[in-house]
Ligand binder design. Structure first.
Ligand SMILES: Nc1ncnc2c1ncn2[C@@H]1O[C@H](COP(=O)(O)OP(=O)(O)OP(=O)(O)O)[C@@H](O)[C@H]1O
Ligand SMILES: [Zn+2]
Length: 892
């Protein structure tokens, strides 16, 4: 399967994009893809649908689903590609993404099967509403309709690649640090502004971690264009160093954060000075007024700068509202009030930025655990080299007590390593030659020589830090709600503040009082607290999770995980250790043990399945010669087939031999072993049944306790989905205390099972990310274990338990629930206080100064409430002693 290979098929610079015309006015949806549809009843596409049905949402954004290909067909050879929607969909609407495919091998006729596989995988993906497929001469296309709030284009591309589809390299995503965001509504401004650019698939801002993630079509738009647009909006973008959560000059560059506090202090001093001058001296009123004006200028420095910026773009944001309010007060002679407002606004924001910095630093500190230099063996010497310059394949030396500088494999030496940086576990893990070590972990005992396998920027730790820093950009329902509300609130408040005093004056209120009330209203209703209410919670929660060894890839997964009431578990590698051992060799009449095991091992040596390893190991241990096999064919969920010499060998469960007469003694043996809880493999060579092998895996220590804890915490349904035989599955499910076991399931059945469970509740699927990626993608939340050791787990899942420790699952769940609760509390606090203040302001029951204090107070309160989550740690799980062997051996 070739995501890697795929890149070679990408069209080069010479390849002109023939869909460049404005898709927007051209959705001639009449190519009648109805007749070419391969998908099932869910498809509502007629032949000349005018977008009135299933497609309707796609055409809210119209061009996204441009099914008119006539203009493109003369253009060959055609590259594989996914065509992006021509412009942004409306919020909550769907988006369509189009994947143009040409046969992997020109002239290959098996396309239909390949497409069906692709289509099945995509349709099973959460967030995908519809997939349709059509083929023309030499060119086929898949149109994917999806909900951008549930799944991102990149995730769909990854899912497509997993089926062997070749996805063009032109679709990329890029992350930047955003500089110049003074308040949370900047996120909305940037997202809307960039989202309008042609070629931008999605633009998402993580306000708290100051990041912007853009998915874009590199043929339609360049990074420079995006940067230029952001600049036009008033924000500077900066490409981050990998593995760093903070901007390299976040704490020094420009007029930013460094100046914030000093200016606020100056403003406060001037504010008090003005008051003292007015109160206790006989100086003309002009003097304190001037002092207060200066106080306004200093305290409101950033606000004024921001509002001038937005004024030029005819935008209204929080800063504008505050500055207008302050000026309004000043104009009426209430200089003290005006200065007090801007001083508190400045102070509130400076404090907010400081507090959020704490959360950012706690992510940054993970990355900071990576040493800056490595001791590299070069020639006969060991030299210190900056980690960025060390290449793959070089050998580094790690002394006891040192942190490992780069990811690699131990070539010499034994030791134990404390891997808390990655897995959150402080107990050292023993390691020997051949084992993997990670940058950032501590070598506790012996001297190690490590072969570097990843560049510093690609290390697991660097990737985790990046993913955590970007997590906030994948927004969940609460995050979206806050943002949407805030986007509508600001303009409404402005209008209200204009209309309100006019009404008051018409009703006979004195002009001055009317305006002061309007100012109070402006302050009361500006959505500062709302804007920071969810970012503070999400950033803190993902940071706390990361420190506990759980990578949460998006704020949305916190919210989804909090809602989960059913969990599906994969068996092998999840509930069991994933290292089955051969327990029984049952040769048929007249067959030797050597022949049975040797034949099986010849074939299994070609397979990477855990069961295969057990067979190969057992043969090697028994000193059994296994001639090399060839021409491996894996039959998913059933077994494998290969050639040994000239003979065809089949190894697998009974399903592999379905429809063929299996000798009675073989099936009796299978029965007997399964009865004893073993996984069986029938071996047949050149049509002759050689016998049966029985093997068993070990339960994961603590699995039972974890399942119990999950149930206690309110998970209503726990189900095992297994490819193994029903008896083994049931036995293991019973041992760990699951409600149900479903087996034997083919990989596609696991997806169906997850979807079915999803109709009754909200499902998390827990697996290893290797064989069960489609099931993980189908669940509301896909959780993979063992992220540190497996790229598949790290890349495919939504939530990754970095260690192989199931007990992190209840931790993740608990954290997600708390984070969601905090988000909701914050929404209530921010909306509640705003609401009360608005009413008070309308009825003239509050002074400006009180409104300002409460307003800034509520902002700081939601920030503090969010930061509480930073302190959550995984509970030390008492690993209760449990039976670890799940089967009784059976005499061969
Ligand atoms: N390499 C193989 N050799 C022999 N049998 C195999 C092989 N691969 C799969 N099988 C058979 O197919 C069954 C299902 O395999 P599959 O990979 O779908 O599930 P699994 O990963 O073993 O178990 P689970 O789904 O519970 O994690 C196995 O139990 C085995 O009987
Ligand atoms: Zn369509």
């Amino acid at each position: 399967m070739g995501p890697a290979k795929a890149e070679k098929h990408v069209h080069g610079p010479g390849c002109k994009h023939d869909h460049g015309h404005d898709h927007g006015h051209d959705h001639a949806h009449d190519h009648g893809h109805g007749e070419k549809h391969v998908h099932g009843p869910g498809c509502s596409h007629g032949h000349d649908h005018d977008h009135g049905h299933g497609h309707a949402h796609a055409h809210e954004h119209g061009p996204g689903c441009d099914h008119d290909h006539d203009h493109g067909h003369h253009h060959h050879p055609k590259p594989k590609r996914i065509r992006p929607p021509g412009h942004r969909p409306a919020e909550g609407g769907g988006v369509a993404l189009q994947l143009d495919l040409e046969g992997a091998l020109p002239g290959e006729t098996d396309d239909v099967g390949r497409f069906q596989k692709l289509e099945a995988a995509l349709e099973a993906h959460r967030g995908v509403t519809e997939v349709h497929l059509r083929r023309d001469a030499g060119h086929a296309e898949v149109c994917i309709h999806y909900k951008p709030e549930v799944v991102s284009a990149s995730q769909l591309l990854t899912a497509a690649q997993r089926t062997g589809a070749e996805v063009a390299e032109r679709y990329k995503n890029q992350t930047w640090f955003v500089r110049g965001m003074e308040s949370g509504d900047a996120a909305t401004t940037i997202e809307t502004g960039l989202g309008k650019l042609k070629g931008v698939l999605s633009a998402s801002v993580a306000y708290a971690s100051e990041r912007l993630v853009v998915e874009y079509d590199s043929e339609e738009i360049t990074l420079k264009d995006v940067e230029a647009k952001a600049k036009a909006l008033g924000y500077a973008l900066e490409v981050p160093m990998q593995g760093h959560a903070c901007s390299h000059h976040a704490h020094g560059g420009g007029l930013g954060p460094k100046l914030e506090m000093p200016l606020v202090v100056v403003s406060g001093v001037l504010l008090v000075a003005g008051w003292l001058l007015e109160r206790f001296t006989q100086l003309p009123a002009l003097v304190p007024t001037l002092v207060w004006a200066l106080s306004m200028a200093t305290g409101g420095f950033f606000a004024i700068r921001g509002s001038v910026k937005s004024l030029f773009q005819l935008r209204i944001d929080i800063e504008t509202m505050m500055v207008v309010a302050a000026l309004g007060a000043a104009v009426l002679g209430a200089w003290f009030e005006g200065a007090f407002l801007l001083f508190l606004f400045g102070a509130g924001h400076a404090l907010e930025h400081r507090a959020m910095d704490r959360a950012r630093r706690s992510i940054e500190s993970l990355g900071a655990l990576r040493p800056e230099v490595a001791r590299v063996r070069r020639g006969g010497d060991v030299v210190e080299v900056p980690v960025g310059e060390v290449q793959r394949g070089e050998r580094i030396v790690v002394r006891p007590g040192d942190r490992v500088a780069l990811d690699g494999i131990i070539r010499e030496g034994r030791s134990s390593l404390e891997q808390a940086a990655i897995t959150g576990e402080s107990i050292p893990v023993p390691k020997k030659p051949g084992d993997e070590v990670f940058s950032g972990t501590i070598n506790c005992e012996g001297m190690l020589e490590v072969e570097v396998t990843r560049l510093s920027s690609e290390s697991v730790l660097a990737r985790v830090v990046d993913m955590v820093a970007e997590a906030e950009a994948q927004k969940g329902p609460n995050q979206r709600f806050a943002q949407r509300l805030e986007r509508t609130v600001a303009p409404l408040v402005m209008i209200g503040a204009l209309v309100f005093p006019v009404v008051l004056i018409l009703l006979g209120t004195p002009v001055k009082e009317a305006i002061l009330r309007a100012v109070a209203l402006l302050v009361a209703a500006s959505p500062c607290a709302l804007a920071i209410s969810t970012p503070s919670a999400v950033l803190s929660a993902v940071a706390a999770a990361a420190r506990g060894g759980v990578l949460v890839k998006g704020g949305i997964y916190l919210e989804l995980l909090a809602k989960v009431n059913a969990i599906a578990f994969d068996k092998t590698g999840t509930l069991t250790v994933g290292r089955p051992k051969l327990l029984t060799t049952a040769p048929a009449e007249g067959v030797s043990r050597e022949e049975l095991l040797g034949t099986a091992a010849s074939v299994e040596a070609l397979s990477a399945h855990p069961l295969a390893k057990a067979v190969v190991e057992a043969a090697a241990e028994g000193g059994i010669h296994a001639p090399a096999g060839s021409d491996l064919e894996a039959i998913h969920g059933k077994g494998i087939r290969a050639k040994v010499g000239d003979a065809q060998v089949d190894v697998g469960n009974l399903a592999l031999f379905e429809g063929q007469p299996v000798p009675a003694d073989i099936s009796a043996q299978v029965d007997r072993l399964e009865e004893a809880g073993q996984t069986t493999m029938v071996v047949r060579k050149a049509g002759r049944y050689l016998g049966v092998l029985g093997m068993a895996d070990t339960l994961r220590p603590g699995a039972r306790h974890v399942v119990h804890t999950l149930k206690d915490s309110g998970i209503e349904r726990t189900v095992m989905l297994s490819g193994d035989n029903a008896r083994v599955a049931k036995s293991i499910a019973a041992q760990v205390g699951l409600d149900e076991a479903r087996a034997p399931l083919m990989p596609a059945d696991k997806v169906t099972a997850v979807r079915e469970m999803g109709r009754k509740g909200s499902v998390a699927m827990v697996g290893d990310g290797v064989n069960d990626a489609p099931a993980l993608a189908a669940a509301a939340v896909g959780v993979a274990m063992g992220g540190a050791g497996s790229d598949a787990a790290l890349e495919t899942a939504d939530v990754v338990l970095m260690s192989d420790d199931l007990s992190r699952l209840p931790f993740a769940l608990g954290l997600a629930r708390q984070a969601t609760a905090v988000m909701q509390q914050n929404l209530v606090i921010s909306l509640g206080i705003s609401g009360i203040l608005i009413i008070a302001a309308v009825f003239g029951l509050t002074q400006i100064s009180h409104a300002v204090v409460l307003h800034e107070g509520s902002t700081l309160l939601v920030v503090a409430n969010g930061l509480r989550l930073l302190a959550i740690r995984p509970q030390a799980m008492k690993a209760a002693p449990e039976p670890t062997v799940s089967v009784k051996p059976v005499a061969g």
